[in-house]
Design a protein. Sequence first.
Length: 282
Amino acid sequence: MGSVAADRGCRPPLTPRFPPGEAVAETALITLWARAEETHRPDALLRDPMAVALCERLAYDFARFRGGWKSQVGVAVRGRYIDERVADFMARHPGGQVVNLGAGLDTRFHRLDDGRVRWIDVDLPAMIALRAHLLPAAERVTTHGASLLCSGWIDRVVPDVDRPTLFVAEGVLMFLPRRRVQALLAEIATTCVAAEVIFDAIGPLMVRCPWLHDTLPRTTTRFAWGFRTSADLTRLAAPVRDLVIRAMLDETPTRWRWMRWLRPIPALRHQFVVAHGRLGER
């Protein structure tokens, strides 16, 4: 866990503060809490001791998320699935680069580092500053403060647009306007020669009925859009080729408790998916 563990006993708790207009950054604390909770389980889908240490380091009331089992399972299932896709990319492209969009307090680099990958974390400036306080520096990791709502930063952030690149957008695109998501994917496709993208998306039910989500209503952030059908998501992600859409209810169904019985109903099964495909010229 590097310096995070060493700091716990000798530094005062750090209170996360986000400027007006950056409240979406608070959702990073939900995923951090969920990974820490998962790590405590004997049957954990992923283990993230660094997340446990970060929760102990932050002066934040994580108890507000207590009882949010659906969110906790969703983060764990999604996290393991994306971990597997990232590890596969790294195996196929040794020395490739991963661009982590809306990085929050994600620790995936520290979980998966193969000693060769180049890692780029992108998030709002306040979150990047918080990461700098909390997470140990690493030689092959760079960070950039940028808003995904703005354009024109990809060629500045990605140092080698010809290198195989995987863009990861976990728990972030559903908070952006739908048109901005389309524009962002188009920008990646026109900037990078050999890129892949993996992102999660939600159905319209979660947008219309935010109270169905068991932790997000405890923050001030709300979802911006949801996809109606797989064809709708494919159209939205038009620059992405060979798009594979995986329903997260199909991953480790027993962990979803009663929700696993929703899988035969397509409209409910696809309320939470992860999509993965290729961008660029190759």
